[in-house]
Design a protein around this ligand. Structure first.
Ligand code: AMP
Length: 172
């Protein structure tokens, strides 16, 4: 996966000073490259056999929905506040650059169904941890987390349940 790094551009001080933003949009516009990146995730998710892939708004939606469609699994959107209709469950959490909140629809997932969370990037782990808590609060069985990119120096995976599957494809 190292050879894919050259397609990930870095934008300094976005969205805040001090953050080096990893922009993976150049990969999505090249289908062969995107497919190469997705293949190990397809294998991993097929073997883990979840019922649903939960994607985190908004950049997580891109690969999570593509994989869910390809693997014929259900897709669950985990969204920013006030975007989902009806009753929701929400959690607040700290981000590498600020504070945020994630929500999920209350009765969308059947109890004990197996869910894997997918996001584009693991930084401090706050977002993925909050998403995991939401899935558990919704009564589902969280089986793991997958990321396209991991910023290892931020030790985000230490915030996640180490008994679960934690996979990232490109590590910095
Ligand atoms: P964190 O909660 O700190 O693990 O942040 C992860 C979330 O924030 C992901 O949904 C990413 O899309 C976004 N994010 C955080 N840091 C970066 C970064 N340096 N480059 C790109 N996206 C980032």
């Amino acid at each position: 996966m190292e050879h894919i790094k050259k397609y990930i551009s870095e934008i300094k001080d976005y969205p805040k000073e001090g953050i080096v933003f990893k922009d993976i949009n150049p990969i999505y516009k090249q289908p062969k490259l995107w497919n190469q990146l997705m293949l190990p995730l397809e294998k991993l998710i097929s073997e883990a056999k979840p019922n649903y892939i939960a994607g985190i708004e908004s950049r997580g939606f891109i690969s999570a929905s593509a994989l869910a469609f390809k693997l014929e699994l259900g897709f669950i959107p985990i969204r920013k506040p006030n975007k989902l209709p009806g009753k929701v469950i929400g959690v607040n959490y700290k981000l590498e650059y600020g504070e945020d909140r994630l929500e999920i629809q209350q009765n969308l997932i059947e109890r004990n169904s197996k869910v894997i969370i997918l996001d584009d990037l693991l930084a401090t782990g706050g977002t993925a941890n909050a998403a995991g808590n939401l899935i558990k609060e919704a009564g589902a069985n969280l089986i793991g987390y997958a990321f396209l990119v991991e910023l290892t120096a931020l030790e985000g995976r230490n915030k996640l349940d180490s008994n679960l599957l934690i996979e990232s494809l490109i590590k910095y």
